[in-house]
Design a binder for this molecule. Structure first.
Ligand SMILES: *Cc1c(COP(=O)(O)O)cnc(C)c1O
Length: 452
C-alpha cells in the first residue's frame, strides 16, 4: 500500500492509472523485481488521450494546427508510437531521433528536423526523405542549398527566428539575417518556406508576440513572390504537476547540506499544456486580417510540445537498498539507482513533487519527525536524488519502493549514464485491460502494432 503524503510535502496530481499501481503494490514490486531498479513505467493509453485532448483544444482557436511530439523529452518507443498512431508528428534533432520516428510509425510529412547543428549527411537524409528542415543560421542554409540543387530542389524548409525576447540566444536568426536568407532562396527551388521559433519562457504574451512577428515576416516573403509554408511555434508549454506550489514553504524544510533546491520550474502554472498553447494562438490572432492571411494561404500552425504532451505518461520506481541512521533523526535512504536516473538534477534542482513510498510490509513502529534524504548508490557525495528531507509518517525501510510520479517528461532518461558500468534503467509499457495489467518491453520492434 502507498503511504499518505505528509502534509508539508508538495503532493503531486496523480492519474487514475498511477493511483491504481501505487495502491496495488504487488504488480509494481514484481515488475521492479523482474526488470531491475530503477524501473520506468510508461502508459501509452495516456499518450493517446493527451494527443486527442491537445488536438481538440487547439481546434477551438485555429483550424489547422499540427502537433509534433519533441522526441528529446523522452526516449520511450511505445509513447512515440502511441502519439504517431493517434495522428501526431515528431520533432527530431538528429539522424538517430529521425530513425526512431520512422521506426515508430511517424509519417515523413509529419516530421520536422529542428536540431540546430545538422551534419551534411543529416541534411541529405532530410532532403531525400522529404523531412522538413529547420534552418538555424545563414551558414547552414549555404550548406543546404547545394545539396537541394543536386536532387532538383527541396520540399519544405523553415527559417528559425531568434526570439525577440532572447536576443542573446545562439539559436535562430535576427530579422536582417532572415531577410538575407530570402535573397538566397529566391534563386533556389524550394516549394514552401515557413518560419519557426522555440522560446524558453512560460509567458503566453512572449510567444504570442513572436507569432505575430512570424506572420509579418511571411507577408514580406509573399511580397517577394515566394510561397509561404506555415509557422512553427515550437515547444515549451508548461505542465501542471501540483495543485499549488509554495517555493518558500518548500525552502523551509530540512535540506541536505542545508541548501534548498526547488529550481525554477513553474510546477503549478495557471494555464498549462494545450490550454496555454491555445491562449498563445488566440492572443496572436486577435487581428482578423492576420487570421485571413493564414487562411488564404492555407498555412498550418505547427506546435512541438515535449514535456507537456507527456503529462501523466509515466512513473519511476526505485527499490530501497538501505536506510542509514545519520543522527539527529536524519536518515539516508540509499536507493537502487542514481541521480542520473531522475534528470531534474541536470539543473542542480530537486524534482519537487513528493515521491510516493510504497511499503513492502506494514511496520510496527513508525518513526515520527524523521527526515529521509534520498541518495543514489554511487560513491559520489553529490549523488543525491532529493535534497529536501522527506517526511514520511510510517518511515521508510529496505525493500520499500520510492516512486516518483509523472516523470515521462525529461525525468526518465535525459541524463542517464552507465557510470560504474551499471546498466541503464529499463522502461516497460503498461496497458490496463479488463483482466489486469499487460506489460511489454518499451521497444520499437514489436510483433504486432494493433495491440499497444
Ligand atoms: C526542447 C525543444 C522542444 C520541446 O520543448 P518542451 O519544453 O519539452 O515542450 C521543442 N522544440 C525545440 C526546437 C526544442 O529545442
Amino acid at each position: 500500500m502507498m503511504q499518505e503524503y505528509s502534509a508539508d510535502e508538495p503532493e503531486p496530481l496523480l492519474s487514475e492509472w498511477t493511483l491504481d499501481l501505487l495502491n496495488n503494490r504487488s504488480e509494481l514490486a514484481d515488475w521492479v523485481d523482474g526488470f531491475g531498479s530503477p524501473l520506468h513505467v510508461v502508459f501509452p493509453d495516456q499518450a493517446n488521450k493527451n494527443y486527442l485532448n491537445w488536438r481538440n483544444e487547439l481546434r477551438t482557436v485555429y483550424g489547422d494546427c499540427q502537433i509534433q511530439f519533441a522526441l528529446k523529452a523522452c526516449k520511450s518507443a511505445s509513447l512515440l508510437r502511441a502519439f504517431a498512431l493517434a495522428g501526431a508528428g515528431a520533432d527530431v534533432s538528429s539522424a538517430h531521433e529521425m530513425t526512431s520516428a520512422f521506426m515508430n510509425l511517424v509519417p515523413v510529412e509529419r516530421i520536422s528536423m529542428t536540431g540546430p547543428a545538422k551534419s551534411d549527411y543529416e541534411i541529405s537524409l532530410c532532403i531525400r526523405h522529404g523531412v522538413a528542415i529547420h534552418v538555424d543560421c545563414i551558414e547552414e542554409l549555404k550548406r543546404i542549398l547545394p545539396v537541394a540543387d543536386t536532387v532538383g530542389g527541396i520540399g519544405r524548409l523553415f527559417l528559425r527566428a531568434r526570439p525577440i525576447s532572447e536576443h542573446g540566444s545562439r539559436f535562430g536568426m535576427t530579422e536582417d539575417q532572415l531577410v538575407a536568407c530570402l535573397q538566397l532562396l529566391e534563386e533556389t527551388k524550394v516549394e514552401r518556406i515557413g518560419v519557426s521559433f522555440h522560446i524558453n519562457d512560460y509567458q503566453v504574451q512572449t510567444r504570442a508576440e513572436q507569432l505575430r512577428f512570424c506572420i509579418a515576416f511571411l507577408r514580406r516573403l509573399c511580397a517577394k513572390c515566394l510561397t509561404p509554408g506555415g509557422i512553427d511555434i515550437g515547444g515549451g508549454y508548461p505542465m501542471r504537476y501540483l495543485q499549488r506550489f509554495d517555493p518558500v514553504a518548500y525552502g523551509s524544510g530540512v535540506h541536505w547540506g542545508s541548501v534548498a533546491k526547488p529550481g525554477n520550474y513553474p510546477y503549478a502554472p495557471e494555464l498549462a499544456g494545450a490550454h496555454h498553447a491555445a491562449a498563445v494562438i488566440q492572443a496572436a490572432l486577435a487581428d482578423p486580417s492576420d487570421r485571413d492571411f493564414l487562411r488564404r494561404h492555407r498555412l498550418p500552425i505547427l506546435l512541438q510540445p515535449g514535456r507537456s504532451l507527456l503529462d501523466q505518461c509515466g512513473i519511476s520506481a526505485f527499490d530501497v537498498i538501505d536506510v542509514k541512521d545519520l543522527g539527529e533523526r536524519r536518515f539516508g535512504v540509499v536507493l537502487d539507482g542514481m541521480s542520473f536516473s531522475l534528470s531534474e538534477t541536470w539543473f542542480g534542482a530537486d524534482f519537487v513533487p513528493a515521491p510516493a513510498v510504497v511499503w513492502r510490509e506494514k511496520r510496527a513502529v513508525p518513526r515520527h519527525n524523521a527526515r529521509y534524504f534520498l541518495v543514489g548508490r554511487s560513491c559520489l557525495e553529490s549523488d543525491v536524488i532529493r535534497w529536501r528531507g522527506l517526511a514520511v509518517e510510517g518511515g521508510i525501510a529496505p525493500g520499500d519502493l520510492v516512486v516518483f510520479t509523472n516523470t515521462a517528461g525529461y525525468q526518465m532518461d535525459s541524463n542517464e549514464s552507465s557510470f560504474h558500468q551499471i546498466p541503464l534503467p529499463k522502461k516497460i509499457a503498461a496497458v490496463r485491460r479488463p483482466c489486469g495489467w499487460k506489460i511489454s518491453a518499451d521497444e520499437a520492434r514489436q510483433r504486432g502494432i494493433a495491440h499497444q
